[in-house]
Design a protein around this ligand. Sequence first.
Ligand SMILES: C[S@@+](CC[C@H](N)C(=O)[O-])C[C@H]1O[C@@H](n2cnc3c(N)ncnc32)[C@H](O)[C@@H]1O
Length: 464
Amino acid sequence: MQLNLSVLDNKTTDIRRKNILTSPKLGGSCDIDSIPYLNELGIEIIESRQPIQFTPNFGEHVHRWAPYIQGFSSSFVQSVFDQYKKDYESPVVLDPFAGCGTVLVQSKLNGYNSVGTELNPLLQFIADAKVNSWDVNPELVSNLYTSIPKKLKTPAPDFLKSENQFNTGVLRNLELLKGGIDNISAKTKEQKQARNLILLAFSSILIDCSNLKRTPCLGYWKNKKVSDNAPWMLMESKIKEIYNDLKILQSSCKKNFKTTSKIYLANAMEYQHKDGFDLIITSPPYMNGLDYVMNYKIEMAWLGFTKEARDAKKVKDNLVVCDNVSKGLIRKFAQTDSKYTNDWLEEIKSNIRTNIDRRGNYRRNDMPDIVHKYFDDMYKVMDKVSKSLSPNGRFILVVGDSLIADVYIPTDLLLTRIGSELGLNIERIEKARNRYSGQVRNYKLRETIITLKKASRKRRGNGR
Ligand SMILES: C[S@@+](CC[C@H](N)C(=O)[O-])C[C@H]1O[C@@H](n2cnc3c(N)ncnc32)[C@H](O)[C@@H]1O
């Protein structure tokens, strides 16, 4: 595509903007750039538009207790269960990237046992409270909440004491609210569960009380109006929501209470599962995607999961990599000998390197190694979990592709190839929706659902 550079006025002459405006990928599409990869895999992508994002969960029982914008929709998880009803009578389900527990909650609603791993302690806490408190007496939650003292303060974490984050009046009320919750006396198991539900409610109102928004990255919201009383008002309606949902669960879903839902604070790259799973349903972090620690820094700090910056860094360094990780971590990775790789990945890395050199500047010059680490991390997770998949079991991944330094990265097809190298059969790849690149805004990307299946007899190759 030819672009008349004279349209670039003085304001747009910075290197980055110029690179975007002159990108050879302008108006391009993943459909075209995927062709060689699809040919090599010998597959086609099936169109299967469906609501895949978390937003509809905001109105759904239990899911709504802690809305999580990076999650996927419960209706998608349900559609997978419905689709395979005949193949698995009562599937044992795994989500290695459990987030706020959408897969586990939906499994329990169907009476299926499930397991999750999640490395962010805040999300693990939320997911656990969402699936393991269904038999708590709603009156206890309500009574504990209404009886909290309103005069004891728990001071806010220091970095949050700024008008950028919370207005002074709001902050004072949050300190009183948290002080009250911290002073709930909980001795029995049920009282502790009820207190955890109140803490979960507190965590889920924090962004609404702040001067920030999550879309899905955390950013400032200019001119956002939050009344001083917002913490008490939002908390009251969240407690009501939990109260109502517990009542509904206890009247209509009691038979599922004995279902086990285990959510481990563990690294999916390392966790050794004991169970054999029939269905692994997951959405991994996307390449070049979100920082799951920065995005939750407010809630993590308020709930005491991070006391200082290095606590957050420690969590982040162990997650599947995002482009916001420390340079030291990536340098160390680059020096490691034993890494997963294949010819697609090597070519992608080399093209990114060439384009960064040509541009003379990119937001991360170590991007080729970040991309490499992402697939090495994902190889480790896929290797671990595919071993715990039962014969005839299915591994379903929802993932998006990326455009980095004008190089197309078919994340879905690379993960499919890894699955195939690990001995899984490629059942199908479906496109759930179109997306657009964050950099070259008219470059079309996609979000896909990958379905891999384990054969009834074991067969394994190795990409290392
Ligand atoms: C796309 S989100 C999953 C959302 C989930 N499907 C839901 O609906 O709530 C990916 C999650 O993976 C977690 N994660 C990233 N790396 C991980 C790792 N190595 N082990 C366990 N969890 C990890 C992140 O903290 C994040 O919550």
